[in-house]
Ligand binder design. Structure first.
Ligand code: SIN
Ligand code: FE2
Length: 204
C-alpha cells in the first residue's frame, strides 16, 4: 500500500496506484474465496429493472436489491450468512478511512463488458458520519462525480486497477456513478472485466 497525498476532487480523496500488482492479485484471490461462499447474483432494482453489474458481499451484512427494495441484510439471497471481510481489505480501510470504526459490509461489484452504474447516492447505511472506501481492480472505469443533488454539474476521472477512493465528509452524499469500463484494458483478471469493492459502516 502506497499512502501518498490523494487527489481531491469535490471532496473525493483519490489514491491513484495505491495497491501494487501483487496486492491486487492477492485481493482477487480473496474475492474468489468470497464468491465461492457467496456466489455473484444478477440483481434487479425495486422497479424490476436488471442491473448490469453482478454482485455479492462479505461482512456482517450485505447490500441487496430486489422487488422488496434496496437494503442491507445479514444473509445472501440463498439464505447463507455472508463470509467475513478479508483481512487485506480491512487493512486498506484502516490505512485510508481515518476512522477506527470497522466496516460492516464489503460490497463486491463485477462489471462485465457493458456494465455501468447509474448516478446515485450511497444512502442505505443508516449513518453517514463514516466514509465509504472504494477499491478498483481490473479494467479501467470512467467514474463520474456530481453534487449532493441529482442533476448537478459533474466531473469524470478514469479509475485504474489498484486505485482507492474515499468518499467522506462533504463527498459522502455526493452523486456518483460509472459510465463505462474499458473492457480488456487490464491484464489482472484473466477473462477481463472490473471488480469494485465498496466498504461501508452500516447502522441498522
Ligand atoms: C458504486 O458507487 O456503487 C460503485 C463505484 C465504482 O464501481 O467505482
Ligand atoms: Fe456508490
Amino acid at each position: 500500500m502506497k499512502v501518498s497525498n490523494p487527489l481531491n476532487i469535490r471532496g473525493f480523496r483519490i489514491y491513484k496506484d495505491f495497491l501494487d500488482r501483487k496486492e491486487q492479485s492477492d485481493l482477487v484471490k480473496n474475492i474468489r474465496n468470497v464468491a465461492s461462499d457467496a456466489p455473484f447474483v444478477s440483481p434487479i432494482t425495486p422497479s424490476g429493472k436488471p442491473m448490469s453489474v453482478r454482485m455479492t458481499s462479505a461482512g456482517s451484512v450485505g447490500w441487496v436489491t430486489d422487488r422488496d427494495g434496496y437494503r442491507y441484510q445479514a444473509h445472501h439471497p440463498s439464505g447463507s450468512p455472508w463470509p467475513a471481510i478479508p483481512q487485506d481489505v480491512l487493512d486498506i480501510w484502516n490505512a485510508v478511512s481515518g476512522v477506527s470504526r470497522q466496516p460492516d459490509c464489503c460490497l463486491v461489484n463485477f462489471y462485465g463488458q457493458d456494465a455501468r452504474m447509474g448516478m446515485h447516492q450511497d444512502k442505505d447505511e443508516g449513518a453517514f458520519e463514516w466514509p465509504v472506501v472504494s477499491i478498483s481492480l481490473g479494467d479501467d472505469a470512467l467514474f463520474r462525480m456530481g453534487t449532493p443533488t441529482r442533476g448537478g454539474s459533474t466531473e469524470s476521472l478514469w479509475l485504474t486497477s489498484g486505485d482507492v477512493v474515499v468518499m467522506g465528509g462533504e463527498a459522502r452524499m455526493v452523486y456518483h456513478g460509472v459510465d463505462r469500463i474499458r473492457f480488456g484494458s487490464s491484464s489482472l483478471l484473466p477473462k477481463n472485466g472490473r471488480i469494485n469493492l465498496t466498504l461501508r459502516a452500516v447502522d441498522l
